[in-house]
Each structure stands twice: as C-alpha cells, then as structure tokens.
Design a protein around this ligand. Structure first.
Ligand code: 5GP
Length: 213
C-alpha cells in the first residue's frame, strides 16, 4: 500500500499574492486536490461558486460545523471560513496530495489534526507593498482595507509557527520556492519508510534501481 497524501497548508495576509502563487502551483501540480472552502462572506466580482468558494448562509455554515463536517473552521474578517473534510479523505488515503489555503488559526488546527502537514507562510516583500496591493485590488472600502491591514499584521506575527517562509517579491521565484518544498516533502524518509523497510527485509538493498518516489 502506498503512503497517505501530504497536506500542504498555505497562508498569507491578503494582498501577499497567495492567489497568484496557487495559480502557478495548479499549473505545476495538476494532480493535487485544491480544497475549496465554504464561507459566509459574499462573492467578490469574478469569484465563482464551487471554484473559489462555496458561498453559504450563516445558518448552513453553522449546521455544517455542528455536524462535524469541517476539518477546521475559523472566523476571519467577520465572516466564517471552513475546510470540509469529506472531499479530502479519499484522495489522502489514495496518496494524493492536498493543498489548503487557510488563515493561521486554521493552519494550527490542521496541524493539530494532521501533525505531518507542511505549513508554508507567504510574506509580501514589505508591509507597504501589502497595503498597495490591497488598495490596487479596489474591491474593498477604505475601512475594510484598514481592518484587513490590522488582520494582516497580526497574521504575519503568527508566521513564526510555520515550517517554511516564502517571500513573494517575484512571483515565478515564489512559485519555484513552494515547488521545492513540495518536492522535498516527497523525498522525506517518513513518506518512503514502508517501501524502504520492505526492500531491506527482503535480503537487503536491491541491485536493481530504487523505485521512484
Ligand atoms: P478571502 O476572503 O480574502 O478570500 O480570505 C480571507 C482569509 O480567509 C484568508 O487568509 C484565507 O486564507 C482564509 N481562509 C480561506 N478559506 C479558509 C478556510 O477554509 N479556513 C480558514 N481557517 N481560513 C480560510
């Protein structure tokens, strides 16, 4: 039997370019499961139901949370966001890797439930750049931008708990760096231990080539 899939958790303050990085990762790793969260916030222009989020009412969200359907959920910027567990279970068991885009509270809860998950924090090149990007997006009112800046600064303080830090000054390089983390995780001995143990038990290291990861 192959080993379980890896869980990669990507967090970033909004405006750090995480969405673009995830787009880049989708091109590199089309076989990943990209979890689509449920949220109670309204869709932004251009966002699509089922692609960006499942947009649900607070009642539906509460019902799902009470029924234990979320791997984790958290309140961010006054709205609720949750990762549903069911669509991830079968792929993980089949060895497929999963990518979650959650805030730092969510990341901590994912780690509590899946201690082997790999936590990656994306930093903007500077706080000034972050504010500029938030304004350039032009979808949020000034007041919302100020509130998002507060939350952004607070989330950056929580980057200390992550495994990897990627600074998004240059998008292709940031995608490359996350790609390196994914590749290195695939080479972890813990991922390949059963395979290695089987080989060593069958009369020691084989003469023929090692199986690919
Ligand atoms: P946005 O409203 O800008 O799409 O996302 C706001 C924040 O919510 C981001 O930091 C994003 O990572 C976080 N988020 C999105 N989906 C989830 C989720 O399922 N769980 C948690 N904990 N955070 C989420």
């Amino acid at each position: 039997m192959g080993s379980r899939g890896n869980i990669f958790v990507l967090s970033a303050p909004s405006g750090a370019g995480k969405t673009s990085i995830i787009q880049g990762l989708r091109a590199r790793f089309p076989e990943f499961v990209y979890s689509v969260s449920h949220t109670t916030r309204p869709p932004r222009p251009g966002e699509q139901e089922g692609r960006d989020y499942y947009f649900v009412s607070p009642e539906t969200f509460r019902r799902m949370a009470a029924a234990g359907q979320f791997l984790e959920w958290a309140r961010v910027y006054g709205a609720d966001y949750g990762t549903s567990l069911l669509p991830l279970e079968a792929p993980l068991a089949a060895g497929q890797d999963v990518l979650l885009d959650v805030d730092p509270q969510g990341a901590r809860n994912v780690r509590r439930r899946f201690p082997d998950s790999v936590l990656i924090f994306i930093l903007p090149p500077s706080v000034a750049a972050l504010e500029e990007r938030l304004r350039a997006r032009g979808t949020d009112a000034d007041q919302t931008i100020a509130a998002r800046m507060e939350v952004a600064l607070d989330s950056i303080r929580q980057a200390i708990d992550y495994d990897y830090l990627v600074i998004n000054a240059d998008l292709p390089q940031a995608v490359e760096e996350v790609t390196l983390v994914v590749r290195a995780t695939g080479l972890r001995l813990s991922r390949r231990r059963p395979q290695l143990e089987r080989l060593l038990a069958n009369g020691g290291p084989p003469r023929h080539p090692w199986p690919a990861p």
